[in-house]
Design a protein around this ligand. Structure first.
Ligand SMILES: Cc1ncc(COP(=O)(O)O)c(C=O)c1O
Length: 376
């Protein structure tokens, strides 16, 4: 099977993992955890990084630290992976879903701006949803497929309405907007190092921030809020969310190769676009002006999604539609959904991700293109 986006473990991964095993430092107190956190924070242009067992854990923690409480809403684009919405529910909060732009597939900021002005009320205690009186405490932009929306505009809106920004930058390691790295715009940003991401730990996450107090508390909460390490005194309800040394060792070796991986992803996207331009009704994700994506997962848009999907599957080529929109999942069907003409459904029905691992060969790329051409 030709994979969609598999790991490329061609750097120092073996060497660093062997070092962990030889030294016996396999748990979360080894030196690779700190080195990995520093590498990620440095890449993101943030002062602090806190490693977690997954991107989902980082999102959960970031929302908790942002002060999201039971009964709150957190604004979220309707097209995202379910983990973004789940991280809200873990705190007893609900997503307030906003439709996406049909060309960029990112949260529609015109729609958001209009909604904030018309359907929300700014009081001294914060922003409230007029229809049901519930507080809206934060906004979580999602950098879908490694592309970024207009973050300065989103941050201006958030500031005007007193919303905390927690970036779901899980797919956007190596992506920039106006020269600033993903994850560095918000109060906190979260990355994923899941097996299919541009750089991986097998599984893992990192929360980045410039706020020392938040970083300290994040680390405290990931290690069971242990206030006295000798006497097992814990001063609040914490989590076992800390990344282990072996995973961090892999992550560090991967971070060393990030620049080359981004360049390869960009080349793959360019080659696909050249080869597929004008084929049938194929369209591409529009890059927002100012965005410099990592091209993590190359995705096309077509009305013939089903036909292409079966043609590719028939010859053992993995392809995948974009996620089912959050408003169509049973857990979030009752959440408010801000939309004019449900562009999420349009995007969901058309998008199809294609194989784009960094070690994809030129002949495999051509094979994918040929199958698509033939299907038309
Ligand atoms: C948009 C989005 N949010 C959250 C996550 C969760 O990250 P993880 O799988 O590391 O928990 C992922 C990736 O898996 C993702 O793509």
């Amino acid at each position: 099977m030709l994979l969609l986006s598999g790991p490329n473990l061609s750097g120092n991964e073996w060497k660093y993992v062997k070092d962990c095993l030889d030294s016996g430092w396999v748990s979360s107190v080894g030196s690779y955890v700190g080195a990995f956190e520093e590498a990620v924070a440095h890449q993101a242009g943030c002062r602090f990084g806190v490693a977690t067992v997954s991107g989902t854990a980082a999102l959960h923690l970031a929302l908790l630290l942002a002060g999201v409480q039971r009964g709150d809403y957190v604004i979220l684009p309707n097209i995202t992976f379910v983990a973004s919405a789940n991280s809200m529910r873990y705190l007893g909060a609900d997503p307030l879903l906003v439709d996406v732009d049909e060309k960029t597939w990112q949260m529609d900021l015109d729609l958001l701006e209009e909604y904030l002005a018309e359907a929300c009320e700014l009081r001294s205690a914060g922003l409230y949803h007029k229809a049901d009186g519930r507080r809206i405490s934060a906004v979580m932009p999602v950098h879908v497929l490694g592309q970024m929306g207009d973050m300065p505009r989103l941050c201006r809106l958030a500031e005007a309405y007193g919303l905390k920004v927690v970036e779901d930058a899980t797919e956007a390691m190596g992506s920039f907007f106006a020269g600033r790295h993903s994850g560095s715009y918000g109060l906190m940003g979260c990355f994923s190092f899941n097996g299919n991401k541009i750089v991986t730990c097998g599984g893992g996450g990192v929360l980045v921030t410039d706020d020392e107090g938040l970083a300290r508390r994040a680390k405290h909460l990931t290690t069971q809020a242990k206030a006295d390490p000798q006497r097992y005194f814990h001063d609040e309800v914490g989590f076992n969310y800390r990344l282990v040394n072996v995973s961090a060792a892999i992550g560090l070796a991967q971070m060393e190769q990030l620049e080359g991986f981004v360049e390869r992803k960009r080349q793959i996207a360019t080659e696909y676009m050249k080869a597929l331009e004008g084929v049938g009704d194929i369209g591409f994700q529009q890059v927002v002006e100012g965005s410099q994506p990592n091209w993590w997962l190359f995705t096309v848009a077509t009305r013939r999604q089903e036909v292409l999907l079966s043609a590719l599957r028939a010859v053992e080529i993995q392809a995948r539609p974009l996620w089912v929109p959050m408003n169509r999942l049973p857990m979030y069907a009752n959440s408010p959904y801000v939309q004019r003409n449900d562009r999420s459904a349009f995007v969901h029905a058309r998008c199809l991700s294609l194989p784009c691992s960094t070690d994809l060969s030129a002949s495999d790329l051509l094979r994918v293109v040929e199958v698509i051409r033939k299907a038309y």
